[in-house]
Design a protein. Structure first.
Length: 504
């Protein structure tokens, strides 16, 4: 019989106290496997409790597998108890202290936008109007590609502003470029492993044994170097090989691209990220010719910063001058409106759209239908166009003001990438390294952002136009007040003045 110290004054029920005692005896090995337990009647008499209390304790032990009941024989400790007495070492969880980013007086971030120009009143008005319509259907799941109304509005906007030619059906809405790139990698992977060669179907099972197929599917994506590192990381995590292609004055080097085994290339032709090169029409046509030289080649066009151009006429998108359905077009509203408006769009060529519909259309849309409808109204009501016109003037003023104030540096710097986007490329004529410039600025409470972090690992010196690399900064101005642009640049000059002007 068990000798169990029952605390009748405890808030824990008696049956639970009995259950805990027997369970601990089993776990500690004091009650070995196959040991017989006293009957409920005899244990109730022994402990001077009701039989129902013992029945409840045994029932809990049975349900958790500590004991088992053998008909006409009684209760026995289960064999599983051989594993339950293993001691578990207690560990102390040490909280990780988050490293606080120091507060800077001037932050020239190339990733920021002018958040003060966000159309709060219009956005609030559209939100209230929409929510007051009592449209219950909006809280149901919609089209997996995104609501048709928003896709149609985006399609019209892209055609009018960027020359993109597509149907509403070709557009997929997603929560930013990151999600759309992940989806695209799956579509490309599937299209590469399910092609027809001489009318013979090639599938995942025989793709590695078919030499002709291996030439078509290399699992390799070519990217500009330097590049948008977020896209690079996504391709790598999706198990693609990524080959860096250096840049020349017109963008991605066609000489280098033509020499590698890749059928997919990722480019940012409207405003190369991060060097700010605007790809001229001649290079765009050369890139399309490269894509047309093989039936399975595609260009991923990330139309980065295409809304903001300060010199010359806008150049149509690659997709807009593509007559062979070789361009996959990507864009978002992150720079034009706000990063938190997680709405991006992808335009698929017909062949890839067919693969998406057959194999990947089960993915639900990652953008709230409420947000989709607000964005649709924002575009169709003309608010988006007015917002772009307003922000273009704001950014043009800041752009010109920054260039004017940078003249204080004289020949100690060279400005590049000034024709578009929300930042300038500043190359310093100094013995200092890029990191030393950033560190010196940080001591003066100025936050700067270097170019080196955008290069593939160990490839900085491979770019023919940048060898040897001078220290280079991406100087953003979008979210810096105009008065701070002047003060910040003057302070930066005072910090670096003694170190500038010395050539290597």
């Amino acid at each position: 019989m068990f000798t169990i110290n029952i605390d009748s004054s405890s808030s824990v029920p008696m049956y639970e106290q009995i259950y805990e005692y027997i369970k601990n005896e089993i776990k500690s090995g004091q009650l070995p496997p196959k040991a017989k337990l006293p009957s409920t009647r005899s244990l109730a008499i022994h402990m001077q409790v009701s039989r129902n209390t013992i029945d409840m304790a045994y029932a809990q032990l049975l349900s958790e597998g500590y004991i088992e009941s053998i008909p006409k024989s009684g209760y026995y400790v289960s064999m599983v108890s051989e594993l339950t007495h293993i001691a578990v070492k207690k560990t102390t969880v040490i909280p990780v202290k988050s490293k606080k980013e120091p507060a800077y007086q001037y932050d020239f971030s190339p990733y920021a936008i002018d958040i003060n120009s966000f159309p709060y009143n219009i956005w609030r008005k559209l939100s209230n109007t929409f929510m007051n319509n009592n449209n219950n259907d909006i809280f149901l799941l919609g089209n997996n590609q995104g609501d048709e109304g928003l896709r149609a509005a985006i399609g019209r906007y892209l055609h009018e502003s960027r020359g993109v030619n597509c149907t509403t059906e070709q557009i997929i809405i997603g929560a930013g470029a990151d999600y759309l790139l992940q989806l695209l990698t799956q579509i490309l992977q599937y299209s590469s492993t399910n092609i027809n060669i001489n009318n013979n179907s090639v599938t995942d099972e025989n793709v590695h044994s078919n030499k002709e197929c291996v030439n078509i599917f290399s699992g390799n994506i070519a990217m500009e170097n330097p590049t948008y590192m977020q896209a690079y990381k996504i391709f790598k995590t999706m198990h693609y090989e990524v080959t860096p292609i250096p840049l020349d004055s017109s963008g991605i080097s066609m000489d280098h691209l033509s020499k590698i085994d890749s059928n997919i290339v990722y480019v940012t032709p409207s405003h190369q990220y991060p060097l700010g090169i605007v790809m001229p029409i001649k290079r765009r046509l050369e890139l399309l010719q490269w894509a047309n030289s093989s039936p399975d080649r595609y260009i991923i066009e990330d139309d980065h910063d295409s809304e903001f151009r300060y010199k010359g006429k806008p150049i149509p998108s690659l997709q807009g001058i593509d007559s062979s359905s070789k361009v996959i077009y990507l864009g978002t509203f992150s720079r034009a409106i706000a990063p938190a408006i997680r709405i991006g769009y992808m335009v698929l060529p017909e062949k890839l759209l067919e693969i998406y519909k057959k194999n990947f259309n089960f993915y639900s849309s990652t953008v709230s239908r409420v947000d989709q409808n607000i964005m649709k109204s924002f575009i169709e009501g003309g608010y988006f166009e007015r917002h772009l016109n307003k922000t273009r003037k704001i950014y043009k003023n800041k752009h010109d003001l920054l260039i004017q104030n940078l003249k204080i540096f004289g020949d100690a710097i060279r400005i590049e990438g000034e024709n578009a986007g929300l930042y300038l490329i500043i190359r310093f004529n100094t013995q200092l390294t890029e990191k030393e410039i950033i560190d010196l600025a940080a001591k003066g409470s100025i936050k700067l952002y270097g170019l080196n972090e955008h290069y593939f690992p160990d490839t900085e010196s491979e770019n023919p136009t940048l060898s040897p690399l001078p220290p280079t900064i991406l100087l953003g101005y979008a979210n810096v007040p105009e008065e701070d642009i002047k003060k910040g640049i003057e302070k930066l000059y005072c910090i670096l003045r003694a170190k500038l002007g010395n050539t290597k």
